[in-house]
Design a protein around this ligand. Structure first.
Ligand code: C2E
Ligand code: CA
Ligand code: CA
Length: 489
């Protein structure tokens, strides 16, 4: 038993020492507390994995050895995808349990000399010290990536998680622990952007890219404050009547210096940092108002298609914004369609079905955008209540020249019709593509053949003079449409 002994002098009346008082304390608990504190300084409280401090110490030591022996050291930063959703929907205790189990699983799937550390919230770091070659590291990381999505039983739920991994290898990916970890983090971020459940090796070009993204995000935030975001519209034509039946709202960012940033650049940035919530709300409200006035001018109800990002779909507030946009603009819900991508179905299906059902109960339609490019599990077409699919423009592009694409387009049209869904061909540029789609019974078309996206004024100009524009009148007039977007409003 560890004891602490205190000794005091005992003095007599005259002050002379008459004895000693010795008291021994049992300090087991204090020793235990001290060792726990020492342990916690180096190990994570929840998972008992080495923490950041321990990781940095170990990695520094490994790198010193590597610099002498020439042995490879690789760092993998593993970030669980959408972990926050587990916490939000099932509670922190389930999230904690999941992290503990995931930590154990990671340890099971790494080599005897590898180190697994908890880097933060839902981030883990794997250090491989006997890393021979990038190919070998990659194989080992794949084993871990494959093991992660095995279902985990937590608090009565079966949870499936994926992870995104960034890889950096000494010495090219960084000379010291801090740099290696930072670079692995940069690569992980790129992996997440590309597609979840994947890995990326760090490349120096990524640094410039991520700085660029940060700058773009800051500029976009300012742009939203300064009203630099506008909505343009691209018409959609019914092949049955040759009439314009709807428009798709597309966000446009024109900076005050007159240059514009294409949506393919700023939308992913906005999705990544959450600005898509503000941007999407702005587009939705504006587009609903514009659709009401365009319909009034045309004299018939025009359908309005608005793109919705997964992030908005999962935002609790978004359904309220949707209802508000409809009431405030007076747009009948039946005129609104929301375009979502197949990626949404990879998320929690119950939540997605809930949101889709609520949206449809309002009378708003659901369109699957970019159909055919996603993971293309057709099963969800029957499982999820949707109204329309939009064949991706990459298929339309080659439909006349590539028999394989023609087969896909045919199959999509037949299948969609069998399920009672409306089919739109997007990115139609030539008369041959239009003819092909018309012959196969495609319902609607959209593309540069009819018009690029133009400002509301441009859209008005098209439809103003002699009633509604049709595919044919547009084709005759299309030179002015194709000269590019008219000046902004
Ligand atoms: P998307 O939803 O697939 O939109 C169609 C894109 O194809 C538009 O590009 C449109 O200008 C382009 N396009 C239309 N016809 C043709 C054609 O005949 N040929 C070719 N080559 N392209 C054609 P845009 O406006 O650059 O938008 C790119 C993407 O940005 C959109 O793809 C959409 O995913 C996203 N986006 C745009 N606005 C919004 C928005 O308000 N919210 C969200 N969440 N995403 C948006
Ligand atoms: Ca779209
Ligand atoms: Ca599309």
């Amino acid at each position: 038993m560890p004891v602490n002994e205190a000794i005091a002098l005992i003095r007599g009346e005259a002050g002379e020492v008459s004895g000693f008082l010795s008291v021994a304390y049992d300090i087991t608990q204090r020793r235990e507390a001290e060792s726990l504190i020492r342990h916690l300084a180096h190990f994570d409280f929840l998972t008992d994995l080495p923490n950041r401090t321990k990781l940095a110490e170990r990695l520094d030591a490994d790198l010193r050895t590597a610099s002498r022996t020439g042995q490879g050291v690789a760092v993998a930063l593993i970030d669980l995808d959408h972990f926050k959703r587990v916490n939000d929907s099932l509670g922190h205790h389930v999230g904690d349990e999941l992290l503990v189990k995931m930590a154990a699983r990671l340890q099971q799937h790494v080599g005897p000399h590898d180190l697994v550390a908890r880097f933060g919230g839902d981030e883990f770091v794997l250090v491989m010290i006997d890393a021979m070659s990038p190919a070998q590291v990659q194989r080992r990381v794949m084993t871990v990536l494959d093991a992660i999505p095995e279902p985990i039983e937590c608090g009565g739920h079966e949870i499936i998680l994926t992870a995104s991994v960034g890889l950096a290898m000494y010495p090219f990916g960084g000379q010291d622990a801090m740099t290696l970890l930072k670079h692995a983090d940069t690569a992980m971020y790129q992996a997440k952007l590309a597609t979840r459940n994947s890995f990326r090796w760090f490349e120096p070009a990524m640094l410039a890219e991520s700085n660029d993204k940060l700058a773009l995000a800051a500029a976009l935030r300012r742009a939203l404050d300064r009203d630099e975001i506008d909505v343009h519209y691209q018409i959609q034509i019914s092949l049955d009547s040759d009439k314009v039946v709807g428009v798709e709202a597309l966000a446009r960012w024109r900076r005050c210096d007159g240059t514009s940033v294409p949506p393919d650049r700023f939308i992913p940035v906005a999705e990544d940092n959450g600005l898509i919530i503000r941007l999407g709300e702005l587009v939705l409200r504006q587009a609903c108002r514009d659709a009401v006035s365009l319909s009034a001018e045309l004299g018939y109800p025009l359908k309005l298609a608005v793109n919705v990002s997964p992030r908005q779909f999962h935002d609790r507030n978004w359904l309220r914004v949707l209802r508000q946009a409809l009431t405030e603009s007076g747009l009948p819900a039946e005129q609104l369609e929301l375009e979502i991508t197949e990626g949404i179905f990879m998320e929690d299906p119950r939540e997605v079905i809930d949101v889709i059902q609520t949206v449809r109960s309002l009378g708003v339609g659901i369109v699957i955008d970019d159909f055919g490019t996603g993971f293309s599990s057709l099963a969800y077409l029957t499982r999820f209540p949707i109204d329309k699919i939009k064949i991706d423009r990459s298929f339309i592009n080659e439909v006349v020249s590539d028999p394989a694409d023609a087969v896909i387009v045919n199959a999509i049209i037949v299948m969609a019709h069998a399920l009672g869904l409306v089919v739109v061909g997007e990115g139609v540029e030539t008369i041959e593509q239009e003819a092909y789609l018309r012959a196969r019974g495609c319902d609607e078309v959209q593309g540069f053949r009819y018009s690029p996206a133009v400002s509301l004024r441009g859209c008005r100009r098209r439809s103003a003079p002699d009633g509604a524009p049709t595919a044919r009148t547009l084709n005759r007039q299309n030179s002015s449409w194709l000269r590019g977007s008219p000046p902004m409003r």
